[in-house]
Write a new protein. Structure first.
Length: 202
């Protein structure tokens, strides 16, 4: 019986070495950070829906920015110690959540730009989301004053979502399709509907 247990353990160990093993501790850390990342945004949306004063909303926006900024050194530390959190390392859910916090790291544009190079390579290996690559590409370009490629970064004019400073709008859907993204028109429609819903009570 003891021999069978040892053999089974060796089989599991071999499987883990060959196929990789999710770092659950790291995934849990990312999940906890993500909860806070989303919480500060939810507070702003809830306040806006409830007709909270501009002063209070401005205060909540400041807290959001401070939270995003405080996360940056932790994100850098995670990458330095573990490499970028791939799907194999932390699972798809935590991997996508980690990206969201990279997306929110506007206080460190150099960090965003450097991470973009890594994500581009990981997308080709199916270890990161192509949508993530598109979003961060656009975010970095806009933050550096350049036209965006995929139209993901938005402004709102008369309640309608529009893409900021979009390069070659005629061919944007072709570029989006190359990454498996749907038409820009559908994306803008959904963004407009969400924006109007959030501002319905104001």
């Amino acid at each position: 019986m003891r021999r069978n247990i040892i053999v089974f353990g060796l089989i599991l160990l071999s499987f883990s070495v060959c196929f990789g093993q999710t770092n659950q501790k790291l995934a849990d850390e990312i999940n906890k950070m993500y909860e806070l990342d989303q919480s500060v945004q939810t507070d702003i949306m809830t306040a806006a829906q409830n007709g909270t004063s501009k002063e209070k909303i401005d205060e909540l926006i400041k807290i959001q920015h401070e939270t995003f900024k405080k996360h940056i050194p932790i994100l850098k530390k995670i990458i330095a110690e573990n490499g970028y959190p791939t799907y194999d390392l932390v699972g798809k859910d935590a991997g996508d959540k980690f990206f969201t916090m990279i997306q929110h790291s506007d206080a460190d544009l150099k960090f965003q730009k450097e991470t973009l190079k890594t994500i581009e390579k990981l997308v080709k290996k199916k270890q990161a989301n192509a949508r993530s690559f598109a979003f961060l590409t656009d975010r970095v370009n806009i933050n550096y004053g350049k036209p965006q490629i995929y139209g993901s970064q938005l402004d709102y004019k008369d309640g309608q979502a529009v893409s900021k400073n979009l390069k070659d709008p005629k061919n944007v859907n072709k570029r989006r399709a190359e990454l498996g993204l749907g038409p820009l028109e559908d994306y803008l429609k959904k963004a407009t509907e969400f924006h109007q819903k959030m501002n319905k009570k104001n």
